[in-house]
Design a protein around this ligand. Structure first.
Ligand code: UDP
Ligand code: MG
Length: 315
């Protein structure tokens, strides 16, 4: 390998992508062969139950730049990305789907912006081909809602398809967050960030690995790791309830107060105080909970294709 060429590491989380994975590998290898940079492809097999990992390993025999990190079970898309990033050695790292929904040609534009001095270049989706109206609508709503309740600037309509300079990657490696929301963490890190727009393609094969359940979890992780709004909500509701209760009491002083009225007032006041204290307790408990979980984020069963030192690092 030419020592002076830049190395770009591509991280691809893989979960049951057997039908399309070989097309992805072929497309990426052809793409890489025509670029002035060197490429390494880090596939993170997120506990696939099909032959994805085997197919990647078979291809590794022909392509020196393919590496495989195999999880011991399914840990989820965001942790697969987190792990993949930790195994990179590139001057820049690109995260993309293993289903070719993120077109490799966009990487060229990302590298161009990186050369202009940007540290993060994220892919902003102009359109999302082949996705249901429901998914498009909920995604649009989620990104806009999240923007309102967080104090970091998470760009609208972006997924995890992005290029990051190695200094950003270095910072991400230091963050050991349980239930990570990677795109939020990248925004949080800062540095010079910009976007390139692209048309999101249809999957080449297989179906989305993001059922509604996983989408809701991702959304919840996004909210809980970057916003205290839900905790404050209990405080606000409690405060509103108390004010209403007191207002009710005052109003009832000027009218005849019967038992029913008193009960309504007492109910609001007590529920208010209860919510308020639960909200406050929750705020503290959440912090303690976060700090006390010391589990590893994921477990690597095996690695293939890394130089010995990196293979050993994971043991
Ligand atoms: N993925 C993963 N673990 C999971 C779910 C998905 O590694 O638990 C991978 C999947 O193989 C794909 C990427 O994450 O490469 C994005 O998932 P998918 O394409 O299903 O999501 P969508 O593009 O439909 O939002
Ligand atoms: Mg996809």
């Amino acid at each position: 390998m030419d020592k002076h060429r830049e190395l770009i590491s591509i991280v691809l989380p893989v979960y049951n992508e057997e039908p399309g994975i070989e097309t992805t590998i072929d497309t990426l290898e052809k793409f890489a062969a025509n670029q002035p940079q060197n490429f390494e492809f880090i596939f993170v097999d997120d506990g696939s139950t099909d032959k994805s990992a085997k197919l990647i390993q078979d291809n590794q025999a022909y392509h020196q730049n393919i590496r495989l990190v195999e999880f011991s079970r399914n840990f989820g898309h965001q942790l697969a990305i987190t792990a993949g990033i930790r195994y990179t050695q590139g001057d820049a790292v690109v995260v993309m789907d293993a289903d070719l929904q993120d077109p490799p040609a966009v990487i060229v534009e990302m590298i161009a912006k990186w050369h202009q001095g940007y540290d993060v270049v994220y892919g902003k989706r102009l359109s999302r081909d082949g996705e249901s109206i429901f998914k498009k609508a909920t995604a649009a709503l989620f990104y806009r809602g999240l923007k309102h309740i967080t104090n970091i600037n998470i760009p609208l309509d972006t997924g995890d398809f992005r290029l990051m300079d190695k200094q950003v990657v270095y910072q991400l490696r230091q963050m050991n967050e349980a239930d990570p929301f990677v795109r939020g963490m990248v925004s949080w890190v800062g540095f010079k960030q910009t976007d390139v727009t692209y048309e999101r393609q249809e999957r080449i094969a297989g179906t989305s690995k993001y059922p509604l359940r996983k989408m809701i979890r991702l959304a919840m992780d996004g909210v809980t790791s970057f916003s205290s709004f839900p905790l404050q909500l209990a405080n606000w509701l409690g405060t509103f309830s108390i004010i209403f209760g007191i207002g009710y009491l005052i109003a009832s002083l000027f009218t005849t107060m019967d038992t029913i009225h008193f009960a309504v007032f007492a109910l609001f006041l007590m529920v208010g105080i209860t919510l308020l204290t639960i909200g406050m307790l929750g705020s503290y408990l959440y912090r303690v909970f976060e700090a006390s979980r010391r589990r590893p984020l994921y477990i690597v069963a095996k690695t293939v294709g890394f130089r010995t030192t990196r293979d050993q690092e994971s043991q």
